[in-house]
Design a protein around this ligand. Sequence first.
Ligand code: NG6
Ligand code: CA
Length: 530
Amino acid sequence: MNGSLIICLAALLLPLTALSSAASGKLRSKPNIIIILADDLGSGDLSCAGATKIKTPNIDRLAADGVRFTQGYAPSATCTPSRFSLLTGEYAWRQSAKKNTILDGDAPLCIEPGRLTLPAMLRQAGYQTGIVGKWHLGLGDGKTRVNFNGDVNPGPLEIGFDYCHIIPATVDRVPSVWIENHKVIGLDPVDPIEVSYVKNIGDAPTGLKRPDLLTRFGADEQHSCMIINGISRIGYMKGGHSARFKDEELPKTVVAKSVEFIEKHKDAPFFLEVGLFEPHVPRVAAPPFVGKSGSGLRGDVIEQIDWEVGEIMKALDRLKLADNTLVIFSSDNGPILFDGYFDRSEEDLNGHQPTEGLRGWKYLTYEGGCRVPLIARWPQQIKPRVSDQLFSLVDIYATVAQLTGQELTAGAAPDSLDLSSVLLGKTKKNVRDNTVLHGIGGLALRQGDWKYIPATEKMKPGGMGSGANAADPRFAAANIPEPLLFDLSTDPNETKNVITSHPKKAAELAKELNTIIAKGEARKRPEAKQ
Ligand code: NG6
Ligand code: CA
C-alpha cells in the first residue's frame, strides 16, 4: 500500500471514528448527578443563607458556584413522603395513607418494585445508580415480616438502584444497622436480629426503665424504648450486636461509601443519592465537631454536614469530575428543634434562626415545615446566581429527564415539572406557578405569592409515625380549625390570615387545590405566565 493510499484511507476513516466516539462520547457527556439530601435542615441553617452562628463554607462554595433557590420546597413536611416524591415525581399524598406516613424500621417498601423511578429512568439512560445513607422508604414486600437475617428485599435495588449502603429508617428507629445491597453488614448468624415496634422482645434495658444508662441525653416516652450505643430509640430490637452502628461513626461511613461509589464509576455517568442523617435526632457530633458551632449541638451537626459535603466535593475535584457533575443539595423537610431528645437544641440556639423566621416547623404545611435549602451546581451548564423561582423536589425527576434526554413515559412522574430552563437560568419566568405542600394535618397550596391552608375539620393529624402522641404541641399545631390565607409577598411569615378580606382568592386557591387532587397529576399544567 503506498503512502498516499494510506493517507486517503485514513482521511475516509477519520470522520467515522470521530462519529462513533461522538456517539459514545454522547453517553459520556451526560452529567453525573449527585443529590445530597440532609434530614430536617432549614432554609436558614446555612451561612450562605445568612446564618452567622453556624459556618458552612463548603456548602456556601457550592452555592457560590451554582444556583441557590430561595423558594425551594420539600413536597412534604416529613421524610418518607418527601423522599417518595423525589424518587417517583409523584405527590405522596396521592398514595394510600400507609405510604405517606413516617415509616417504622420494619415497614414494607412503599414504592412498587418495577416502577420507573428516578434511578430506574437514569439506569435506562446508561447511568450507574447508587444510594448511600438514609433510606426510610420501607423494606420487604409486606407479605411476610422483613427478614434482617437473610436477603433484605425488595428495597432500593428493586426500584432502580444498582447499589445501596443504607440504614433502614431513621437513626432514632431500630434496627440500628447498615444494609449493603441485600445484607445487613457485620451480622453474626448466631446472633440474629429481631425487630418489634409493638413490644419489648428482648431483655435489653429501655430508656424508660434505665435512664441512668443513657450516655448523652434523655428522651420523651416515644423515644425511650431500646437503648443502643447509650441512646434510647423508637422500637425494640434483639440480637445483631456486632452489626449495630455507632452514631458518631455514621458521617465517616457516609463519606467513605459515597466516595467509593464515585471512584468506582468515575468513567461512566453515575447517579448517587446521599441521604445525610443530620440534623435529625438523635444528634451526635463526631469528635472534631463537638462544640464547634455557635449554636449548640444542632449547630455542630450542621457543621458536620458541611464537612461531609466538602469531602464529596474534594473527591469530585480530585477525579476531575466536578465540571460535568450536577450536585443538588437540599433537605427532605423543614427544621425542628426539640424532636424527642432533650439535647438542648432549643436552649443553645443562641439567636440562630433555622427557618429564617418562617412560621412553623417540620410536620406542618406552614412555610417553616416545607421550605428547604436548595442549591444546584453544574459548572458546565449552570450560571451562578440566587433565584427566587419556585422549585420543588418533586420536579427533579422531570428536570433530570430533560437534561439527560429521556422522554417521560405516560403516567410517569405525574406531578413533576420540567424546570430545566429554570435550573440552567434560561428563563426568569416561574415555570412552576404553584405547589402542593403536605404535612401531617393535610395539604396546603402555594399559588404565586398566595398560600392557602384548608381547615382540617377536626381531623386528627395523621402520619406522625408510630408511638407519637397527637396531643403533643408539635403535632397538635397541624390542626387548623379555620381555613387560612396568607399573602406571602407582604407577610412571608404567615402571621395574618387575610381570608375575610380576600374570600375570592381563597375560593380560587381552594378550587385549584381540589382540581390538582382530582386530576391525579399536575405535570401537564400549562406553563404559567410571569
Ligand atoms: C416522629 C418522631 C421523630 C422523627 C420523625 C421522623 C416525634 C415525637 N417522633 O414520629 O423523632 O423520627 O418521626 O422524622 O417527633 S423524619 O424526618 O424521618 O420524617
Ligand atoms: Ca426529615
